[in-house]
Design a binder for this molecule. Structure first.
Ligand code: PMP
Length: 407
């Protein structure tokens, strides 16, 4: 591109920004969080764990003990590979979803959002294609955009991504000369739909991608938050550890504020991810990693997790009941088996398109469906979260959504 053409792509006020900065758009969902703080507003938009699930007293004791025992070492720079015993504990966690994995495949990150960024940075050039669920986690769209990657959505149904549709899309893109690097999916209790990919589809999905030399990027922050622990499905990673890269996180099972997550990848890929991670954060907080290891290695973790899951299960039930009561004819919604979210297909509803503004006028905050597509398309769908809202507010919030749809 010539200098002149480049200059016309940039605004006068910010002439030195890189081309990729044009893709740095404010997330519509961030705007939602600010609106949610207004008095009287009910938020059904966050993907936050409930405050009661954040074990601050236990963490206070653990932090005091770690600092007393380890002294200034935990305040010093650490290793880019992460603290010693954390990868082994993560191996145990991943085992709960069927993976048998060696600790040298684990790269610790400052949360799975950072993991998404690092994997995209490692694999994608501008103009490459990522195939993603439609709708997709908003935060992933932000990452893909910032690396100038094109996102091709394949719609999900009640069983998640259809592997045959994914295969067809990859083949079509290839025939058109495009380079597809990976398929991005949240197979457990997806953000934003709450949908879980069936076991049969998981097996087929990893096969169709491997046959085509395309990676699968499995984003799994909710995998241990299934309402029925007896029915945990195998992670995609457990089915194909050499062609799936797995993103894990302590955010929803311990604390999002401490910022600890991980990437599981073949050792040669992990080594490169470490170099990429070191260039950005040097390493995640040593104290946060120590706390994650101490907490997940303690007797507190499993009972707390069970209590949190029971809370999310009853909030989900409250939301399902409220939807039955308040939704007009023709509106359909997903029935999550875990996690934080449900997704509404508004069917025949014809609003004015500006769902969020209308919802706010009715005193409720939600995620407008279009925010979860890379092209921000007009949809007649919306996302709701039940994780961090008390049951009475869920009922009132859903009533307000119903009022908005009828009005
Ligand atoms: N992926 C998905 C699907 C998420 O829902 C979230 C959090 N909302 C993240 C990644 C980012 O999580 P973390 O706090 O681990 O960065």
């Amino acid at each position: 591109m010539t200098g002149g053409a480049a200059a016309t792509r940039r605004t006068d006020a910010v002439p030195l920004f890189a081309h990729r900065a044009e893709e740095f758009r404010p997330s519509p969902v961030r705007a939602v969080f600010e609106i949610a703080l207004q008095p009287g507003m009910i938020s059904l938009a966050g993907g936050n764990p409930d405050m009661s699930a954040l074990p601050h007293e236990v963490v206070a004791d653990m932090a005091a003990r770690i600092l007393a025992e380890r002294g200034p070492e935990v305040l010093q720079y650490g290793s880019g590979a992460g603290i010693g015993r954390l990868p082994e504990l993560i191996v145990e966690l991943m085992g709960l979803e069927g993976a048998e994995i060696a600790p040298d495949r684990i790269q610790i990150t400052a949360g799975s959002q950072a993991g998404l960024d690092l994997v995209t940075k490692l694999y994608c050039d501008p103009g490459d294609v990522v195939v993603a669920e439609g709708p997709t986690y908003v935060g992933a769209l932000g990452v893909f955009g910032s690396y100038e990657v094109d996102v091709e959505h394949v719609d999900v149904d009640d069983d998640g991504l259809d592997p045959e549709a994914v295969a067809e899309r990859i083949d079509g893109l290839r025939a058109a000369g495009r380079t597809v690097k990976f398929v991005y999916t949240v197979p457990n209790f997806s953000n934003p739909t709450g949908v879980t990919t069936s076991e049969e589809r998981r097996r087929r999905l990893v096969d169709v991608c491997a046959e085509r030399g395309v990676l699968v990027l499995e984003d799994d922050p909710y995998g241990l938050l299934g309402f029925d622990r007896a029915h945990r499905l195998p992670s995609l990673y457990s089915l194909a550890p050499d062609t799936v890269i797995h993103l894990g996180s302590f955010s929803k099972i311990f604390s999002p504020g401490l910022r600890v997550g991980w990437i599981a990848a073949p050792p040669a890929v992990r080594a490169r991810l470490q170099i990429a991670a070191e260039a950005v954060t040097i390493h995640p907080s040593v104290l946060s990693q120590e706390l994650a290891a101490a907490y997940v290695g303690s007797e507190h973790w499993r009972p707390s997790l069970d209590r949190a899951v029971a809370l999310y299960r009853s909030r989900c039930a409250a939301m399902m009941e409220a939807l039955e009561t308040h939704m007009p004819q023709g509106v359909r919604w997903t029935r999550p088996a875990g996690g934080f979210f449900t997704w509404l297909d508004l069917g025949p509803w014809t609003g004015d398109g500006d769902l969020l503004r209308r919802a706010v006028d009715h005193g409720v905050v939600l995620v407008p469906g279009g925010a979860c597509y890379a092209d921000g398309r007009a949809t007649t769908s919306l996302g709701l979260a039940y994780s961090a809202t008390p049951e009475a507010e869920i009922a009132e919030g859903v009533r307000r959504v119903g009022e908005m749809l009828r009005g």
